[in-house]
Design a protein around this ligand. Structure first.
Ligand code: BES
Ligand code: MN
Ligand code: ZN
Length: 499
């Protein structure tokens, strides 16, 4: 991707798509003035034809008139007044990325009003969001289509910046955003690949390939290694499946200098969740290839960390298996023993994610990280509570939670805190084992969190993020394309950068 940040005005930039990101409706907006100059007439009639009202989020296209150096003009409203937020810039860039991909108009140029108007301080985030959105929007998943996407993603991006001294930083910010988007798109592909392509064995190979490509350290615990370590909870889940259950552990270490922190990211990696013997109905199974979405986020996050050489040591850990109904499948009522010695009564084989994490979390603790964050498509109950776009955040470390919430806000990948309410621990009491894997009818996301806490080594700040809703988009919108989302790769990078 060619990246250029300069102070060439809209009329002087040779591009395919010329984007004007407006603040406010008309005359006051710098972009509006530029648009009028390009068209040689008021843009209002052309825009209102398309139902454009100048509301935040409005997005219209106009063929560029002859004599201009662009082919298509995009007019998008970033904010009706005041300063735009990061999400507004990211969403516009995302739609432009999708447009470039669809049309083959591969050179894009951004003129954001707050940059064009010569606002004294244009934050680098504006340019980071151009990169993140453009890269994210340019993604297509056509691995299994006979007719592949006709055009590639945008290959050249220009952005206007009036100032001089900080231009390199702005180009760097675009490039940073593009790297994060690329890593996030990898996570999307992992989620999008069906369970006959991405299974516990092929997934391990993909991790090995990533390690080679990105120069990461990798350790794989074979099924036999997991047995030797007594990972009886994780292995029980994979027993009915057709593949070896394995644990993947990737490590990113900063190329130079000392790491500012050591972070373990643990992702749920159930490559398909049929529900096991407590079988899901067909409608419930339909999207369960996404049940490795937590591990995809962890995979994407470490890929991004390596790409931008984050000054943090990152451990990406996931225990991969599939939850099936084979003759060796674990039974409802089984009592299994996790590697930390705790026994678990399995009262629902469909509450399997917490069982895999029960062995992955102690393993993460062995790395003696400063923080453990787990990400999991863990409960339908979390979707009931927070809907499809918001993840549930649980943990007892106030400052860690605050930092994660702030990062999630900056990244536009919303988390909302849910309580680890001690009283509800009684819902997990078993008569025959130390704990059971099923809570009561209500508060299912919370009891899942309380269950996990029993397997987190004491003394390490920990947070659990239930991404059952936001890992996958079933009802797409222009700014929320269908399928795997790579949620919350951006938020994880934002958080790790802040350490
Ligand atoms: N993978 C599912 C949770 C899920 C549901 C993720 C929908 C994404 C979309 C998880 O393994 C599961 O089946 N959870 C059960 C737990 C219950 C049996 C306690 C659920 O949520 O119904
Ligand atoms: Mn399940
Ligand atoms: Zn599951």
């Amino acid at each position: 991707m060619k990246i250029q940040v300069a102070a060439k005005k809209p009329g002087n930039v040779s591009t395919d798509i010329l984007v004007l990101g407006l603040i406010g409706r008309g005359a006051g907006s710098a972009g509006w003035g530029a648009l009028r100059d390009l068209l040689g007439t008021s843009p209002a009639p052309l825009l209102s034809l398309q139902g454009w009202k100048g509301k935040a989020g409005d997005f219209a296209t106009i063929p560029a008139p002859k004599g201009t150096r662009a082919r298509l003009i995009v007019v998008a409203t970033l904010a009706e007044r005041g300063n735009p937020d990061r999400g507004a810039v990211r969403d516009v860039a995302l739609r432009v990325g999708a447009l470039a991909r669809k049309t083959g108009l591969s050179r894009v140029a951004f003129f954001l009003d707050h940059a064009l108007a010569g606002v004294e301080r244009v934050e680098a985030w504006s340019y980071q969001e151009i990169g993140e959105g453009l890269g994210y929007g340019g993604y297509v998943f056509d691995n299994h289509l006979e007719t592949k996407a006709e055009h590639g993603p945008a290959d050249s991006v220009y952005a206007y910046f009036g100032g001089r001294s900080a231009r390199d930083g702005m180009e760097g910010a675009i490039s940073f955003g593009l790297s994060v988007a690329d890593a996030q798109n990898r996570a999307r592909t992992l989620v999008n690949e069906p369970a006959n392509v991405l299974n516990p064995e092929s997934y391990v190979q993909m991790a090995r390939d990533l390690a080679t490509e990105m120069d990461l350290d990798i350790t794989v615990l074979s099924q036999a290694d997991c047995e030797a370590r007594g990972m009886g909870a994780f292995l029980a889940v994979g027993q009915g499946g057709g593949y070896e259950s394995q644990v993947v552990h990737l490590i990113h270490r900063p190329k130079k200098g000392k790491a500012r922190a050591r972070v373990a990211l643990v992702g749920k990696a159930v490559t398909f969740d049929s529900g096991g013997l407590c079988l899901k109905p067909a409608s419930g199974q339909a999207t369960m290839k996404m049940d490795m979405g937590g591990s995809a986020a962890v995979f994407g996050a470490i890929a991004a960390a390596a790409a931008v050489d984050l000054q943090v040591e990152v451990h990406a850990i996931f225990a991969a298996c599939e939850n099936m109904t084979g003759s060796k499948a674990f039974h409802t009522g089984d009592v299994i023993t996790a590697s930390n010695g705790k026994t678990i009564e399995v009262l629902n084989t469909d509450a399997e994610g917490r069982l895999t994490l029960a062995d992955a979390l102690p393993y993460a603790g062995e790395q003696k990280p400063d923080y453990i964050i787990d990400l999991a498509t863990l409960t339908g109950a979390c979707m009931v509570a927070l809907g499809p776009s918001i993840a549930g955040l649980m943990g007892r470390n106030r400052s860690l939670n605050r930092a994660l919430l702030q990062a999630s806000d900056r990244a536009g990948e919303p988390f909302w805190e849910l309580p680890l309410h001690d009283e509800y621990k009684e819902m997990l009491q078993s008569k025959v084992a130390d704990i059971k894997n099923l809570g009561a009818r209500w508060g299912g996301a919370l009891t899942a969190g309380l269950f996990l806490e029993e397997f987190v080594p004491k003394g390490i700040p920990w947070a659990h993020i239930d991404i059952a809703g936001p890992a996958y988009v079933e009802s797409p919108k222009p700014t929320r394309p269908f399928g795997g989302t790579g949620f919350p790769v951006r938020a994880l990078i934002e958080w790790m950068r802040s350490l």
